[in-house]
Design a protein around this ligand. Sequence first.
Ligand SMILES: [Zn+2]
Length: 202
Amino acid sequence: MASPKPFELVAGHVALDLVNTLDNRFSETGPEELLASYDDLLGFAWQSGLLTAHQAKKLKCLNASEAERTKVLHKVKELREALAAIAYAQLDGNNLSASALVTLEDYFKQASFHRHLTVEQHRPVWSWRGLDSQVVAPVWLLAQAAVDFLLSEGSLQLRCCASETCRWLFLDASKNQTRRWCDMKVCGNRMKARRFYARKAE
Ligand SMILES: [Zn+2]
């Protein structure tokens, strides 16, 4: 499946990349929505490796109304914002929102109805039914990924970009825990340039 536009998956976990799809979340001029359509969502899920190209293509070609697809997109954004509320509260040392937790739990429970234990190489494994036949399938995968992340040891490495308007989430897997930018090329350089001009102005 050809992606309509590539997403910058720099976070180190798909749940955090999802939160980052609302770009410039803290900008005064308002954020930019990178998940503008159901096809964008499929592109994101495919690029993140949650869906295979084949599955994404089948979902794209499903006989579903525009209203159904829009509803799925709405669900993904609701899930994303609950996850964002929790992650930024953790980073800022604030109380975790009870309603965000309920939202996350609801989506996780809905998703779990579609998981089944099957056998792979003589071992039980979780697998999904309906991944390429139900438009809502990306929501299940993202809800599962969100809960997996928040309850994992890895979530202790949650950080956000030092740019005040960006604050993209990422995992700091660097040895000395010194990663400051979502992407050195983008935010790192932007801030360095700003400091350079500020010094010059003085
Ligand atoms: Zn950034």
